[in-house]
Design a binder for this molecule. Structure first.
Ligand code: AMP
Ligand code: GLY
Length: 428
């Protein structure tokens, strides 16, 4: 099969690596891709929001499957666009239609959906700009800290946690009246703060059957010990040691099954990945958010642990035959450290040459997140997050050590990374 992967981050590099390992893959393309995807696929300079150009390319190259990496094309309806055209019905899209993508595209929709399904999540209310007084009243019923979320997509920056009521009221005005996040904050969700430990669970579903993929923990803050600004993710670990069987069973029974049944009940066709961000409060899982795609850098630790043929797995989605697949997962720990440009997530410089030591261990995964090759053939940085380094080992402590040993072999000017990825999990 000829396959096209949309996106250009570390997540897409991990998809490409896994897809090229499958004997079912014939031609493999990444759009737009990066220097890492180019190692295994042909990069195509397509705009992933220009569905007409993706269609033309897909027809020309007889693409059988399109794996959509980021959320934006899904929220904008790429799957619906392909379904609406009878000439493209044979091209399978991995990712939900627009109606299902609202689980990520609108936080108030997602919260109302969870409420209808009885899924455990933080108490909340949603408000529009003409309801600012009611929002103030609701804030006063909550205890600090206060959680305020822009309803729409805001590149992972739309959540504000205010320490006191004054800060919360200021944030409320900034978001609702001054439209801090543009149209994304026309509606605001205010919710109760949940105290606990976060982890993520990933599901692949065909709308009828589902497979639970390995759990992962992401490190979202730029600084060690979770200090400082939020980023796209500075590292990840899979599996999460505190997610034991009993907790996973609760996640499946109280969250995964009710989510998928509610989608069916509401006649929302959903196929593809569902990424559930969770908080373990005491012994109970609560949903923090849904994403309608895989996580980045969580994919960089989840995929190396999948032993089954990934293309066979993805190919079972459209015919709704996921139940026929036996998912094999490696029991080893995967640890990923993200190498970033100094200054990220604020201002940073790019275009620095990337040096990869010849002594890098053969079993290291280098998933490029933001790199390109210049006209002289030099690999250079071109984003905030540059390369994700992943290694595996049966022992978590050894996996952490192995990853950091390899991190030292990938160099570029102003390189920044967190030195504490996974270390908190050794003492839980
Ligand atoms: P989200 O974009 O919804 O995942 O939120 C971003 C981050 O804010 C999460 O990863 C949590 O760390 C934090 N967060 C969101 N909602 C809550 C909540 N209700 N209680 C505590 N922390 C939260
Ligand atoms: N790493 C978090 C995300 O992909 O949303």
């Amino acid at each position: 099969m000829n396959i096209l992967v949309l996106g250009s981050g570390g997540r897409e590099s991990a998809f490409i690596k896994k897809i090229i390992e499958s004997p079912q893959t014939e031609a493999l393309y990444a759009a737009p891709g990066n220097a890492g995807t180019a190692l295994w696929a042909e990069n195509i300079p397509l705009d992933i929001e220009n569905f007409a150009s993706i269609k033309d390319f897909a027809i020309k190259k007889q693409i059988g499957m399109i794996l959509v990496g980021p959320e934006l094309p899904l929220v904008k309806g790429i799957h619906d666009y392909f379904l609406a055209d009878s000439t493209m019905r044979d091209i399978k899209i991995i990712g939900p239609c627009k109606s299902g993508a609202r689980l990520e595209g609108s936080k108030s929709f997602a919260k109302d959906f969870m409420k209808r399904a009885g899924i455990p999540t933080a108490a909340y209310q949603s408000f529009k700009s003409d309801q600012i007084e009611s929002a103030r009243v609701f804030l006063r019923t909550l205890k600090p800290p206060y959680v305020l979320k822009a309803d729409g997509l805001a590149s992972g920056k739309g959540v504000l946690i205010a320490e006191n009521l004054q800060q919360a009221e200021e944030a409320l005005e900034e978001m609702l009246l001054q439209k801090k996040f543009g149209s994304a904050s026309e509606t605001l969700v205010i919710e109760e703060f949940l105290q606990g430990i976060e982890f993520s669970v990933f599901v692949l579903t065909d709308g009828k059957n589902y497979k639970i993929l390995p759990s992962a923990k992401d490190y979202k803050k730029i600084g060690e010990k979770d200090q400082g600004l939020n980023t796209g993710g500075m590292g990840a670990v899979s599996p999460v040691p505190f997610v034991e069987d009993a907790l996973m069973r609760k996640v499946e029974e109280k969250i995964i099954i009710p989510t998928l049944s509610q989608l069916q009940k509401e006649k929302i066709p959903y196929s593809g990945f569902l990424f559930i961000g969770l908080m373990k409060v005491g012994d109970e899982p609560y949903v923090i958010e849904y994403n309608v795609r895989m996580g980045d850098p969580e994919t960089e630790v989840v995929l190396p642990r999948i032993e089954s043929d990934f293309v066979e797995l993805l190919s079972s989605v459209a015919p709704k035959k996921l139940d026929e697949i036996k998912l094999k997962i490696k029991s080893e720990f995967a640890v990923c450290v993200m190498l970033a440009s100094g200054g990220y997530p604020e201002k940073y410089k790019t275009n620095y040459p990337i040096e990869i030591g010849a002594d890098i261990a053969a079993e290291t995964y280098l998933f490029h997140a933001g790199s390109f090759v210049d006209e002289l053939g030099t690999m250079r940085t071109n984003a905030g997050r540059v390369i994700a380094v992943t290694t595996l080992d049966p022992d978590l402590r050894t996996a952490i050590k192995k990853t950091y040993t390899q991190v030292d072999k990938v160099k570029f000017k102003d390189r920044y990374f967190r030195g504490d990825i996974g270390k908190d999990l050794l003492c839980i």
